[in-house]
Design a protein around this ligand. Structure first.
Ligand SMILES: [Zn+2]
Length: 286
C-alpha cells in the first residue's frame, strides 16, 4: 500500500506533469471506483488542472474549481501514460479502474490489482467532503508537527504504539510499512502501550518518525511513478522482511500475523530479544 512518502512522490510527479494541462475526459472503468454522484465526472471535461495536493494518503487534483480526490488503498496505483490509447477502454475484469485523458493526448490510469476493490475516487467541491480526509490528523511532515505537538497528540492515548501510529485520525499518512520502520528505528516494541513512554522515549519516537518519513520522501523524490513501489521496498529495513537478517544487529526479523496483514520487528532491537506472541502461529500449532 502506498503511504505518505510514495503518495507525496506521486503528488510531486503529477504536479509537474499535470498542472496547467486540460482534462479531455475522466472515465470510470470499474463500477465501484467513483464514490460520489454530484457533480458528475463530466464536469471535469475541458477543465484545466491548477494544483495537485496531498492529504495523508489521499491525492487531490484541483481542476476547474473541483477536487478529484483519490485514495489508492492497498492495491491501487497510478500509471502515467505519455500516449493514451485512442480507443475507449473496455470495462472488464482487468486492473484498470479510472482513466483521465488530457487534451494533449497523454494522461493517467488508476489501476487496482486483485479482487478486493478498495480504490476510491471522489469528485467534490471541497476535499473536506471526503470522510477519510475530514477525519485526518496532522501531517507529520509539516513544520507545525513539532516534538511537543507530537507529545500532545499522544497524551491520554491508551493504545499500543503500532495501532496508534497507523491511526489516520491521530497522524495522517503512516500505514503498516512505515509504522514498522519507525518502531524499528526507535528500538521500541510495536505492543508497547503509548502511556508507558517516558519523555526521552517520546523524543526518540518523534525523531524516528520524522527521520524515517523524511528519508523515504527524499528517496522517492524524482523516482518515476512506475518504479516507486520497488524503491519503497528496497528502503525498508524490517517491514516485509520476515526471516531476513536485521541490518542493524543481524538477528532474524520476525512477524506477528493477523487475518489480513502482518507486522515485522527485530527481537534484539525492539523487544529485549523476546519474540512476541503470534496468535495465528499459536493457533496453527494447537
Ligand atoms: Zn536488530
Amino acid at each position: 500500500m502506498p503511504e505518505l512518502p510514495e503518495v507525496e512522490a506521486l503528488r510531486e510527479f503529477l504536479d509537474e506533469h499535470l498542472t496547467g494541462q486540460e482534462i479531455a475526459r475522466a472515465m470510470p472503468i470499474a463500477i465501484s471506483v467513483l464514490k460520489t454522484y454530484a457533480p458528475p465526472l463530466s464536469a471535469l471535461d475541458g477543465a484545466a488542472v491548477t494544483e495537485v495536493d496531498r492529504h495523508g494518503k489521499f491525492l487531490d487534483v484541483t481542476a476547474g474549481g473541483l477536487h478529484l480526490v483519490v485514495h489508492l488503498a492497498r492495491a491501487g496505483w497510478l500509471h502515467w501514460r505519455d500516449v493514451l490509447p485512442s480507443g475507449p477502454p473496455r470495462p472488464g475484469r482487468g486492473p484498470l479502474a479510472l482513466r483521465v485523458a488530457l487534451t494533449g493526448g497523454d494522461g493517467f490510469d488508476l489501476t487496482e490489482a486483485g479482487t478486493t476493490k478498495r480504490l476510491a475516487v471522489y469528485l467534490v467541491h471541497d476535499p473536506a467532503e471526503v470522510p477519510g480526509v475530514s477525519r485526518l490528523g496532522p501531517d507529520p511532515l509539516t513544520d507545525a508537527f513539532t516534538r511537543d505537538a507530537f507529545a500532545a497528540l499522544l497524551a491520554g492515548e491508551r493504545r499500543r504504539l503500532k495501532g496508534a501510529l497507523r491511526d489516520q485520525s491521530l497522524i495522517a499518512g503512516i500505514g503498516n510499512a512505515y509504522s514498522d520502520e519507525i518502531l524499528h528505528t526507535a528500538r521500541m516494541s510495536p505492543f508497547k502501550p503509548v502511556q508507558n513512554l517516558t519523555e526521552a522515549e517520546t523524543t526518540a519516537l518523534y525523531e524516528a518518525l520524522r527521520g524515517t518519513l523524511a528519508d523515504a520522501v527524499a528517496r522517492s523524490r524524482g523516482v518515476a511513478a512506475g518504479r516507486l513501489k520497488a524503491e519503497k521496498k528496497s528502503g525498508l529495513k524490517v517491514h516485509g522482511r520476515t526471516g531476513e537478517a536485521c541490518p542493524v544487529c543481524g538477528d532474524t526479523i520476525r512477524e506477528v500475523s493477523y487475518r489480513d496483514s502482518s507486522l515485522q520487528y527485530c527481537p534484539t532491537c525492539q523487544t529485549g530479544g523476546k519474540p512476541l506472541a503470534d496468535r495465528r502461529m499459536s493457533r496453527l500449532l494447537k
